[in-house]
Design a protein around this ligand. Structure first.
Ligand code: FNR
Length: 362
């Protein structure tokens, strides 16, 4: 039975405590990005460039942080991002994060690469749950995942398109991290792995190797037809892609650089957000993740055009430190930090958050 350790006053305290409670290799794997972690640092730096501008004398007594997102009525705009292999952090893995999401009314996005099956996660979670899809090499397997997600009551599909190739984190390599043999993707049990490709002389390990199953626009159009559930796209950083995805019929987009894990030197998600909001217009659903470590960070993303934000590493740090209780506590702290920022900035509702609520920090 986990309990909340002393010294957790803010959501970000779980990051500090996770360093102490996690095995060094596992911590490096979770905390790291790819390469030199420059995109990880960029995500944090982008939030630090902005300050929240306080306003005086506004009546906040009817204030709230409620939001309707993809047909779900949520008490706050903080979602749990899809994070693979949660058993690396805690024996209860995604069952614990699902319980925490249910306890706090948070929408959970379950990863294709979860340690528990999507059915087990659904049974532990509240009604607000989406399923993150990695398109499978065989379309039959993708169709199977879609049918399972629908049967298990997931309300939407989040297809991640930015991770067909991910170079390793130097920090995780230096710490000697390798995925333990028992760390398997429970959802994909029974799907035979695709046949390895014999590379010819002169063929590239990247283009003809890792990228041979990378999704294309044809695959996305196929998915939009085939999915019984609304499809969101995760991993958008370019306004032109955003426009094209909106026109293709996606339910909404997630501005994300995969927490800096796909391309070192990718721009920060937050930096790209205003241009993407401008590209898709004021009313199109747009979420953001990457670098959110506080309610103030969430507020800044909302002010710059996101409808809601997702939290990746913080949920894993809280899970490692204190299991389901820790994740629920971390979410509660984030919500309070967000509501305090709204109240200080004179925003009674999320609709009041605009770029005018921010000013450069120095
Ligand atoms: C991820 N992320 C991720 N994204 C996804 O679409 N499917 C997945 O299975 C995973 N797995 C995963 C594992 C680990 C260890 C991490 C840290 C991240 C990316 C995740 O959804 C999100 O985009 C980032 O984590 C957001 O950045 P922060 O909040 O971690 O800074």
């Amino acid at each position: 039975m986990n309990s909340i350790p002393p010294g957790v006053w803010n959501a970000i305290d779980y990051e500090r405590l996770a360093v102490q409670s996690m095995d060094a290799g596992r911590y490096a794997y979770v905390a790291g990005g790819c390469g030199w972690d420059r995109a990880v640092a960029a995500n944090r730096a982008a939030f630090a460039r902005w300050a929240v501008l306080p306003r005086l004398l506004r009546d906040m007594r009817s204030g709230h942080s409620r939001i309707t997102l993809g047909g779900l009525d949520l008490p706050h705009p903080l979602l749990l991002a899809p994070v693979a292999h949660q058993r690396l952090a805690h024996a209860d893995a995604e069952i614990a994060t699902a319980r925490a999401a249910a306890a706090t009314g948070s929408c959970l996005v379950a990863s294709t690469l979860s340690s528990c099956t999507l059915e087990e996660i659904a049974a532990a979670s509240g009604p607000a749950r989406w399923f993150q899809l990695y398109l499978q090499p065989e379309r039959a397997h993708t169709l199977d995942l879609l049918a399972r997600a629908q049967a298990a009551g997931y309300a939407a599909i989040v297809v991640t398109l930015d991770a067909s190739i991910q170079l390793a984190s130097r920090a995780a390599l230096a710490a000697g991290f390798v995925l333990p043999a028992d760390c398997v993707a429970a959802n994909l049990r029974g799907y035979p792995p695709s046949a390895p490709v014999a590379l010819q002389d002169g063929s590239s390990r990247i283009f003809q190797g890792a990228m041979r199953h990378a999704p294309t626009w044809d695959d996305l159009h196929w998915l939009l037809q085939a999915s019984p559930l609304p499809v969101w796209v995760k991993g958008v950083l370019h306004p032109d892609d955003a426009r094209q995805l909106q026109a293709a019929g996606c339910a909404g987009l997630i501005v994300s650089n995969h927490g800096g894990r796909s391309l070192d030197d990718a721009p920060a998600s937050l930096t790209q957000l205003p241009a993407i909001r401008a590209a898709v217009g004021a009313d199109y659903p747009l979420l953001l993740d990457g670098g959110v470590r506080s309610g103030q960070d969430a507020f800044k993303a909302l002010a710059l055009g996101a409808n809601a934000v997702l939290v990746g590493r913080l949920q894993i740090y809280a899970l490692a430190v204190a299991g389901a209780l820790g994740v629920a506590h971390m979410l509660q702290l984030l919500v309070e930090e967000l509501q305090a920022a709204m109240a200080q900035a004179g925003c009674a509702t999320l609709a009041d958050t605009t770029p005018n609520c921010l000013t450069p920090s120095c």
